[in-house]
Design a protein around this ligand. Structure first.
Ligand SMILES: [Mn+2]
Length: 354
């Protein structure tokens, strides 16, 4: 419940409250998933406010100092609490509340509504993961790895991208993933030059690259991994591109050091690829934070001057994409730990030929 305490410290005084209504941040603060509700933080209380459908489950799940609270009409119950506690101002999530919900809350809540800083504060709290959060990300990764290892047995000339994607999704759920982390990218041959290609009926052919960009969700937490493998054989140019991307990935990983800027990680990958003459074929950022969302702060890009801190989890995923021909991307998640980041993947990164 450390995040709740931090959020209470964010409140300037005991007449101010924070009202967290987004699904993701409610889950972050309470550990409880639901499709509706709110977490209310005041200087004296932490409430998970849910309706009849969720109340019993929430009451069983939450631990003090967080209390489960059953509301009938959220704004009426909130106003009752605000009057009891003499709350004059309430923060809303400026990046999550819709314009119409903002107007509704502004019109119905007794305190003045504030829209400056709560989303930003929650984003900062979520940057560094707790030990249980890291464990969930690792579990999601192990589920993905088990599914991936099994699916490699199906990868041969004649199998379709779609078949591989569907098998992976099936296995990720079978092995305990609550769902896939995003629409899985399984592409082969010329489609590997599409960084976000969609699985099609294209059949794998001898000499193709096949790119897997895959992940699972475990108890709300995501994993993200990309592997590019060759089917049958890889020609000299494919090997050169693969080795360049691998060097970019490894150089970026070496820059994941607490105290470095996020930009340093991006630049390490980008400069490696530029030095080899493929800079124009690497058009996306090197990575992103991972947690309750598949893409969250920090964006690993050359203009992001955020400092890396212990317990952040970021991806490292450089790529080279030759339009109409082929592409290579190698991605893993790293946990920032002092001078040497922890690679959260156990699947080798060297070129695999199936
Ligand atoms: Mn990614």
């Amino acid at each position: 419940m450390n995040a709740l305490n931090e959020l209470r410290d964010f409140l300037p005084d005991d007449r101010t409250a924070a009202l967290v209504t987004s699904d993701i941040n409610r889950r972050y603060l309470s550990g409880f998933p639901s499709s509706a509700g709110a977490v209310l933080v005041t200087k004296s209380r932490f409430l998970l406010m849910v309706d009849f459908r969720y109340y019993e489950a929430a009451a069983r799940r939450v631990q003090p100092p967080l209390e489960a609270f059953r509301y009938t009409r959220l704004t009426d119950d909130l106003n009752r609490i605000f009057l009891e506690e003499n709350i004059k101002q309430v923060y809303l999530e400026e990046e999550a509340v819709t314009v119409s919900y903002f107007h509704e809350l502004q019109a119905t809540l007794i305190p003045e509504v504030l829209t400056d800083g709560l989303s930003d504060q929650l984003m900062k709290l979520r940057l560094c993961k707790t030990a249980p959060e890291v464990e969930k990300i690792i579990t999601a990764q192990r589920i993905t790895e088990r599914a991936y290892t099994e699916v490699l047995n199906l990868l041969r000339p004649g199998v379709s991208e779609r078949r591989i994607a569907v098998e992976l999704e099936h296995l990720i759920k079978l092995y305990g993933g609550e769902r896939v982390a995003f629409d899985l990218i399984c592409v082969t041959g010329e489609n590997t030059s599409l960084p976000h290609g969609v699985p099609s009926d294209r059949l794998v052919r001898e000499g193709d690259f096949f790119t897997f960009d895959i992940g699972a969700v475990y108890d709300g937490y995501h994993s993200d991994m990309t592997r590019t493998v060759a089917v049958g054989h890889a020609d000299e140019e494919m090997r050169l591109i693969y080795e360049t991307v691998l060097q970019a990935h490894l150089n970026a990983a070496r820059a994941i050091i607490a105290g470095n800027k996020v930009a340093d990680v991006d630049l390490a990958a980008r400069e490696t690829i530029e030095r080899c003459g493929y800079g124009e074929y690497f058009g996306h950022s090197t990575g992103h934070g991972v947690g309750l969302e598949i893409h969250e702060a920090p964006a690993v890009y050359k203009t992001n001057l955020t400092l890396l801190r212990d317990e952040m989890v970021i991806t490292d995923e450089p790529g080279i994409y030759l339009p109409g021909r082929f592409g290579v991307r190698i991605e893993d998640m790293y946990l920032v730990r002092g001078e040497r980041a922890v690679d959260l993947a156990e699947i080798p990164k060297d070129l695999t030929i199936i």
